[in-house]
Design a binder for this molecule. Structure first.
Ligand SMILES: *Cc1c(COP(=O)(O)O)cnc(C)c1O
Length: 363
């Protein structure tokens, strides 16, 4: 392990790229010749305004975001967007949600407070081991939007492209745990949002990419001003004091992705890592990966020995040798390795050899 750092498979907050952490350390006392850290500059200064313009431009370049979309930085993480999305977008008071596991279920529960939610498809009958095919999905004409959680972080599922809904209603996606992990055709969506602590930066903010025609005057006077997309868009995401620190860190990670070949290259690296892990799991007699092959996440690899106590022991033994964060989410148990952008192939190889050794001594 380099610099005393562990192999970090945490689900979020999660690993950050080491070269970016080194840049951040270098900038900490004197950011950009200001004689201050980025936490100490005014959010109304010319330097900070330049940083905001740069992050906006870099993210547009990296994802290929069309002009007609606005990028908002909002506090409250992805969870605040569970409320902000329906509150801003339910003009007719009706939306269709696809239930694929823990995070979509949470979003559904929250959206029901703001309007009528139709669960248009669900993976629950399959034990959430498979993403339902929604390519032929039809929704009522006054449906305000169709909602998916594009990567279920806890269950370890990702939407295969060909199963995504294609309706006339705008598609909304929670991309928190796969944001910037692969190319994305933004024009297929009405709105994309992502909490940034999985693949991008420190926890606490969400990036919202929203098509301009969906930014409207919200009729509900009870809606907190902070949560209104029209207000955030009109104020360049600083209606109040923004989280300058998080925006700066995300900006550094976006730059490093641009430097390392963009999202195509990131996807290749992520596929390779996930392949190494799934191939091992599929060939193992000790471990199984329960998710259907086509629905498997490249970011959150869920697996188990089928024995609760053994799973717990493996997670603990792993941590003892510097392989951190492979305990499954408390709601589902088992094991999970999150292999986000910043997790190296070398870390994945280290995990596999650890699990292999374990296998031969335990069988
Ligand atoms: C982590 C996560 C969230 C919650 O993010 P917070 O920033 O903690 O609110 C929501 N959706 C998905 C898919 C996640 O992975």
């Amino acid at each position: 392990m380099k610099n005393g750092r562990v192999h970090n498979f945490n689900a979020g907050p999660a690993a950050m790229p080491l070269p970016v952490l080194e840049e951040i350390r270098r900038d900490l006392l004197d950011w950009n010749g200001t004689g201050m850290s980025v936490m100490e500059v005014s959010h109304r200064s010319a330097e900070y305004a330049a940083l905001e313009r740069e992050v906006d431009a870099d993210l547009r370049e990296l994802m290929g975001i069309p002009e007609r979309y606005k990028i908002l930085f909002m506090q409250g993480g992805a969870t605040l967007q569970f409320a902000a999305v329906p509150w801003n977008l339910m003009i007719n008071g009706r939306a269709a949600y696809i239930d694929t596991g823990s995070w979509s279920s949470k979003a559904i529960k929250e959206a029901r407070r703001y309007g009528e939610v139709e669960v248009a498809a669900s993976g629950s009958a399959d034990g959430y081991r498979k993403i339902p095919d929604c390519s032929q999905l039809e929704v009522a004409p006054d449906t305000d939007f169709v909602y998916i959680c594009e990567n279920e972080t806890i269950g370890g599922l990702t939407w295969p492209e060909e199963r995504k809904p294609r309706t006339s209603a705008p598609l909304v996606a929670d991309q928190s745990s796969m944001f910037l992990s692969r190319p994305c055709d933004v024009s297929r969506y009405g709105l994309i949002y992502a909490g940034v602590q999985k693949n991008l930066g420190p926890a606490g903010i969400a990036i919202v990419i929203v098509r301009e025609d969906l930014i409207r005057d919200v009729p509900d006077p009870k809606m907190p001003t902070y949560m209104r997309y029209d207000v955030q868009a009109a104020n360049g995401s600083h209606y109040n004091t923004p989280n300058c620190w998080a925006a700066y860190c995300c900006g550094r990670v976006i730059k490093s992705l641009l430097r390392s070949g963009g999202l195509e290259a990131a996807h290749e690296r992520n596929k390779k890592k996930a392949d190494i892990l799934y191939e091992f799991l599929d060939s193992s007699s000790t471990f199984t990966a329960p998710v259907e092959r086509e629905s498997r996440s490249l970011m959150n690899v869920v697996f188990t020995t089928g024995d609760k106590d053994l799973d717990a022991k493996i997670a603990k033994d792993a941590a003892d040798v510097g392989i951190v964060g492979i305990k499954g989410h408390k709601s589902v148990g088992g094991l999970r390795a999150s292999t986000y952008n910043a997790v190296s192939e070398e870390s994945v190889e280290a995990l596999v050899s650890f699990l292999k050794k374990y296998q031969t001594t335990q069988v």
